[in-house]
Design a protein around this ligand. Structure first.
Ligand code: NAP
Length: 304
C-alpha cells in the first residue's frame, strides 16, 4: 500500500461514495486512487470490462480499499449512459461525489452514434445527461458534490489555434455542433465552455439542496490527451514537451481537492484554475445564454 500524500492528509472520505468518469485516463486513475485512499467507495466509469477489472485490482492493491466497483459505458452514446446509470442504481443506493472527468480532443470533426459532434457529445452532453440522471441520488445523499473537469482552452477562441487574434469566447448557439466552423481547439474549447455554463445553471438550481457544483482547469498535464491536442508536426517532440508539463498526479490534485476538501463544502458555482478561483470567460455569466444553452442541451439528450 502506498502512503497518503501530505496534500491529502487531514481529509477523510470514509462512508462516502464517489463516481469518476474517465477513471482509466491519466488524471482519472489518480483521482480515483486518491479518493479510494481517503476511504471513499469509488465507482470507476470506464470503456471496457477489461479496463475496469485491471484498474479495480490496481486501486485495491495500492490503497487497501475494497470498496471499488466499475461500470462500463461509452460516454459518446446516450443509450449507453442511461444503461450505466440503471446498473449503478441496481448496485448502489448512495452517491456523494460525481467527478465528470472524461474528455476528448480530436483533430477532425466526428459524429457520435447519436449523430452529435463528438466534442460536444463527450465533453458536454455526457456530463449533462449523467448529472441529470444522478441528481435525485445526489440530493438524497446531500451534502454532495459535482466536479466538472473543464479546460482553460474554453477561453482560446482564436480563428487559427494559438496564432490568430483572440476573440471573446462566446458560444454560438446556432452552431453548437461546429458544422459551419470546425477547428479542433475551438470545438474542444466550446464544449468545455458549455460544460462550465451548464454547471452554473445546475449550481443555481441546486442552491439550498446541499449539492455543490464547481468546475476547474486542472493545468496542462502529461497525459494521453496531449498527443491528441498536439498538431502532427509537434508529435515527434512529445517526449520532450511532456517533461515540461505537470505530472498526472499534480494535475489530478486540484480535482481531488474540489471533491474532498472540507473547506469547500459550501462553495458552489465557481470556476478554478488549479486551486485558484478565477472568472471564466465573461459570456459564460450571461444568464439568458446559459438558459438557452441548457434548453438546447436538454433537447439534444432527450430530456424535457
Ligand atoms: N491533460 C491536460 O493537460 C488537460 C488540460 C485541461 C483539461 N483536461 C481535461 O482533463 C480531463 C482528463 O483528461 P486526461 O488529461 O487525464 O486525458 P486522458 O488520459 O486522455 O483521459 C481521458 C479519459 O476519458 C475517457 N474517455 C474518452 N472518451 C470516452 C468515451 N466516449 N466514453 C468513456 N470514456 C471516455 C478515456 O477513456 P479511455 O482510457 O478508454 O480512452 C480516458 O479515461 C479531460 O476532461 C480533459 O479534457 C486535461
Amino acid at each position: 500500500m502506498t502512503p497518503i500524500p501530505s496534500t491529502l492528509q487531514n481529509r477523510s472520505m470514509r462512508g462516502r461514495v464517489a463516481m469518476v468518469t474517465g477513471a482509466n485516463g491519466g488524471m482519472g486513475r489518480v483521482i480515483a486512487s486518491d479518493l479510494a485512499r481517503l476511504g471513499a467507495g469509488v465507482v470507476l466509469v470506464v470503456r471496457s470490462a477489461d479496463q475496469g477489472e485491471a484498474l479495480k485490482r490496481e486501486i485495491t492493491q495500492a490503497t487497501g480499499n475494497l470498496e471499488v466497483d466499475f461500470l462500463v459505458t461509452d460516454l459518446s452514446d446516450q443509450a449507453s449512459i442511461r444503461q450505466m446509470v440503471t446498473a449503478f442504481h441496481q448496485r448502489h443506493t448512495q452517491l456523494h461525489v460525481l467527478v465528470n472527468n472524461a474528455g476528448i480532443h480530436l483533430q477532425d470533426r466526428q459524429l457520435s452514434r447519436d449523430n452529435l459532434e463528438m466534442h460536444l457529445a463527450v465533453n458536454h452532453l455526457a456530463p449533462f445527461l449523467l448529472t441529470t440522471l444522478l441528481l435525485d441520488t445526489l440530493k438524497r445523499n446531500a451534502p454532495t458534490r459535482i466536479v466538472n473537469v473543464s479546460s482553460q482552452a474554453m477561453a482560446d477562441t482564436r480563428p487559427v489555434p494559438f496564432l490568430g487574434q483572440p476573440q471573446p469566447a462566446v458560444l454560438d448557439l446556432n452552431d453548437l455542433q461546429s458544422e459551419r466552423n470546425f477547428k479542433p481547439v475551438l470545438a474542444y474549447g466550446r464544449s468545455k465552455l458549455a460544460l462550465v455554463m451548464c454547471g452554473y445553471v445546475f449550481a443555481r438550481r441546486l442552491q439550498g439542496s446541499g449539492v455543490t457544483v464547481n468546475a476547474l482547469h486542472p493545468g496542462i498535464a502529461a497525459t494521453d490527451i496531449v498527443a491528441d491536442v498536439a498538431p502532427p508536426p509537434a508529435r515527434p517532440f512529445l517526449g520532450i514537451i511532456k517533461r515540461f508539463l505537470l505530472t498526472p498526479e499534480q494535475g489530478a490534485a486540484s480535482t481531488v481537492r474540489l471533491a474532498s476538501d472540507p473547506e469547500l463544502e459550501h462553495v458552489t458555482g465557481k470556476y478554478f484554475v488549479r486551486v485558484t478561483e478565477q472568472r471564466s470567460p465573461e459570456s459564460s455569466y450571461d444568464l439568458a445564454l446559459q438558459e438557452q444553452l441548457w434548453s438546447a442541451s436538454a433537447s439534444l439528450v432527450g430530456l424535457p
